[in-house]
Design a protein around this ligand. Structure first.
Ligand SMILES: [Zn+2]
Length: 139
């Protein structure tokens, strides 16, 4: 009927998360910072997308951010949508991090309470199929 609950956890995308997936308090967003131009990028990378340098170092993204903009998704997305069934409307936002980049992610909580400039925090969670993904929760 459903996937076995003890299936090994895995990240929603390789190279996107750091920490121990069995202990969500340790899970953070992974990033990279260029030693030449200081550009920060989401996920582990060996090349800077800004200047092409291969002198990049891994960083851990801050948990806190601010909603830069958002929209409310009121209809179930097509395809293999993995959210609640029946569908529940959710906010999808661009969250600006102190590292200087914006992350596209769902915003948890009441969709009517989401505002531009709202403070949010990184919130990893485990789906029924064992995939660890994240949203941002109001703080
Ligand atoms: Zn660079």
């Amino acid at each position: 009927m459903t996937d076995t609950p003890d299936r090994a956890r895995r990240p929603v995308r390789d190279g996107l998360l750091t920490g121990d997936l069995s202990d969500l308090k340790t899970v953070k967003l992974a990033g990279s910072r260029c030693k030449i131009c200081d550009e920060a990028t989401l996920g582990t990378s060996n090349l800077c997308p800004n200047c092409g340098s291969d002198e990049v170092a891994p960083i851990t993204m801050s948990d806190g951010g601010e909603v830069w903009t958002y929209t409310v998704v009121r209809y179930k997305p097509p395809g293999d949508y993995k959210g609640p069934d029946p569908f529940v409307p959710f906010a999808m936002g661009l969250v600006e991090l102190p590292e200087g980049l914006r992350v596209l992610a769902p915003i948890g909580g009441d969709v009517e309470a989401v505002m531009i400039g709202m403070k949010v925090a990184f919130h990893p969670y485990v789906r029924a199929d064992g995939v660890v993904e994240f949203n941002y929760a109001p703080v």
